[in-house]
Write a new protein. Sequence first.
Length: 253
Amino acid sequence: MTNLKNKVAIITGARRGMGRSHALTLAKAGAKVVVSDVSQEDCDKVVEEIKKEGGEAIAVTCDISKKSEVENLVAKTVEKWNKVDILVNNAGICEFSPFLEISEEAWDKTIDINLKGYFFCAQAAAKEMAKQKSGVIVNIASIAMGQVGMGFSGIAHYCATKGGIVAMAEAMALELAQYNIRVNTIAPGFIDTPMAASVKQDMNSLQGTLSQIPLRRAGDPQEIANAVLFLASDDSSYMTGSVVVVDGGWTAG
């Protein structure tokens, strides 16, 4: 496995789903992991999983839509391990609503977490990375990011944030390259996580979704974590500003 020994990684939205897989995978590769999310109890459980496998980890609760909490997250990381090498911007929400019914509150909540939160985390982590002239930021977007020849009904606010993440990451990659900080984005397709529960519970929706995926199945969170590990490691040392699509061939169709 790719070696991340002595690297310090922050993973947001790490209490379950893809974030949990990212945390476990990076820890197995040797990274010291900061498990962050809004639930201390859930984060502690992931930390225990990591420790049982012989890894090192701490839990730090954080609502990434609040700048002060993000700054505390990074400060706690530096206090514990003196640096930040890797940030996996993973936390996010997706609430379905017809476009004509999306409220200002729902719009603001989605933007605040999915886009502004990524900005807060990336900026705070990059300030530490710049001091050491090295670092990696991996953003989790979605194939619902636009510009891929397909749209998604009922989640216009979510799509806006994911497209914004890609655009922001490209700009970040240009500006942060001078500090040897690489910034890349992963665009997952339909992944078997709690966020996909509403689709999985409706057989018609599930079959309709799977029919559009050439591999005819949902992705496993581990399959996204494998991509995160690659981008977080020196194996991808000449990649920055890239978008890696992991979707079972959905966008190819």
